[in-house]
Design a protein around this ligand. Structure first.
Ligand SMILES: C[C@H](CCC(=O)SCCNC(=O)CCNC(=O)[C@H](O)C(C)(C)COP(=O)(O)O)[C@H]1CC[C@H]2[C@@H]3[C@H](O)C[C@@H]4C[C@H](O)CC[C@]4(C)[C@H]3C[C@H](O)[C@]12C
Ligand SMILES: Nc1ncnc2c1ncn2[C@@H]1O[C@H](COP(=O)(O)O)[C@@H](OP(=O)(O)O)[C@H]1O
Ligand SMILES: [Mg+2]
Length: 375
């Protein structure tokens, strides 16, 4: 296996995504007032014209804008909820985690005392992007009874305003208009409905490649809101259960990048929306782990190694480098036991191998190996 070569540091874009899980299917006839048992996930199709991951299906999300941490939001959250956490659960004890990014900076609020904490601003970013890309409004009426901590039940998105397209154009041209839209609707972003879920760093692929430091939140909704892709960045959408999304990927109807595939397989652990929501509430104080996948290029494909895997190296050289070997995937898999990896046989054939115990009370996907006939 060959090791790292030196290359310059990447510049990282901070971003946020929201995995929307909506109740789906017929409610139980014995208890029709209860929400449907199953759930589907909103996947948006990126335009072919996107510079990064063209045509991929992703969760709504995008890059953090200065407007997302503006102190102006404080007036909208007042008088019930105020800084620093606006009723979000208390801050997590900070964990020494690999890797530290060259661009890692203190919370925006440390340098500008009026700016919102990252925990709040990243949620506003994900909610704004869900509006820009899918027309989904994850908002809460300002007059609603304030609750401290995460939403106790899955909620509903707000019905789109009649002039949705005009507002969307304004917000897309200047993210500061999202605050104006919320004020106009007398709502705040529903930051309490977004649960910490995970965080992914773009693995190194080539020097100068685009890199994201993305927080993933999970939001459970009682029913699917009307989605309306912007037809610019996003040209389509689908609501798919984890098993449907996996099948669509394997049958080449959609393409998923490795983090989205991993998250979809992770969500396949949950049998119902209420199990998933309960898990989010119980997991609330554990926070997000940020992972840097390390790519190991093989003679016949590639592996993405994740923390805990026996080949994973907590070495900052792998921020800017991949590993490579002349061996084939099968040989490498036979040599090891302690796995936390996504194996990529080709563009539409990934498998996941997990034999390590989970950390921080999160759940990992079960090992998922595609039948040999599909290889
Ligand atoms: C596609 C792989 C390239 C690198 C990635 O893993 S992309 C990961 C994307 N995710 C992130 O960056 C972090 C999470 N953030 C998000 O997802 C954000 O929401 C967002 C989408 C970034 C926000 O964007 P925006 O809204 O615009 O702000 C490739 C790496 C390895 C490749 C495989 C390997 O080379 C072996 C085979 C070679 C063969 O020639 C082709 C098939 C391969 C399996 C090949 C396939 C892919 O190219 C890779 C998996
Ligand atoms: N009509 C369009 N077609 C394709 N990409 C578009 C687009 N309008 C905007 N984009 C791109 O979508 C990205 C915005 O993503 P987000 O707000 O989700 O982070 C930007 O990419 P760049 O990062 O290359 O600027 C932007 O250029
Ligand atoms: Mg986006």
């Amino acid at each position: 296996m060959s090791g790292p070569l030196r290359s310059g540091p990447s510049s990282w874009r901070r971003a946020a995504s929201v995995v929307l899980a909506a109740g789906w299917g017929r409610p139980d006839p014995a208890a029709p007032s209860l929400p449907a048992a199953g759930f589907r996930l909103l996947l948006l199709q990126r335009s072919q014209r996107q510079g990064f991951l063209p045509d991929a299906h992703v969760f709504p999300g995008g890059v953090l804008d200065a407007a997302d941490s503006s102190a102006d939001w404080q007036r909208l959250f007042a008088p019930h909820l105020g800084p620093p956490r606006f009723g979000l659960s208390s801050a997590l004890p900070s964990r020494a985690a690999f890797p530290v990014l060259p661009g890692d900076r203190p919370d925006a609020a440390d340098s500008d005392p009026a700016a919102l904490l990252d925990d709040v601003a990243l949620r506003i970013c994900a909610i704004r992007e869900a509006f820009e890309e899918a027309g989904v409004l994850l908002l809460r009426a300002r007059g609603a009874q304030p609750h401290s901590g995460p939403a106790p039940e899955p909620g509903c998105a707000l019905a789109p305003p009649p002039d949705l397209e005009a507002w969307r154009a304004r917000v897309r041209s200047d993210p500061r208009h999202f605050l104006h839209l919320c004020a106009h609707l007398d709502c705040t972003p529903d930051i309490w409905a977004l649960h910490d879920w995970s965080a992914w760093l773009t693995p190194f692929t080539r020097p100068g490649g685009r890199r994201f430091d993305t927080a993933f939140f999970l939001c459970c909704l009682r029913k699917p809101p009307t989605a309306c892709p912007d037809m610019a960045e996003m040209v389509g959408y689908q609501w798919l259960s984890p098993s449907e999304a996996t099948e669509s990927f394997l049958s080449k109807e959609i393409w998923l990048a490795p983090p989205q595939f991993y998250e979809i397989r992770r969500l396949a652990n949950f049998a119902s929306l209420s199990d998933l929501h309960k898990f989010c509430l119980d997991h609330a104080l554990e926070g997000r782990e940020r992972w840097l996948p390390i790519t190991l290029l093989t003679a016949d494909g590639a592996l993405q190694l994740l923390p805990g895997d026996e080949l994973y190296l907590e070495d900052s050289d792998y921020l800017e480098n991949s590993l490579s070997t002349e061996k084939k995937i099968e040989e490498i898999m036979k040599e090891g036991k302690k796995f936390h990896r996504v194996v990529m046989h080709d563009r539409h054939l990934y498998s996941i191998h997990v034999t390590v115990p989970t950390k921080h009370k999160h759940v990992y996907p079960k090992t998922y190996v595609v039948a040999k006939s599909r290889v």
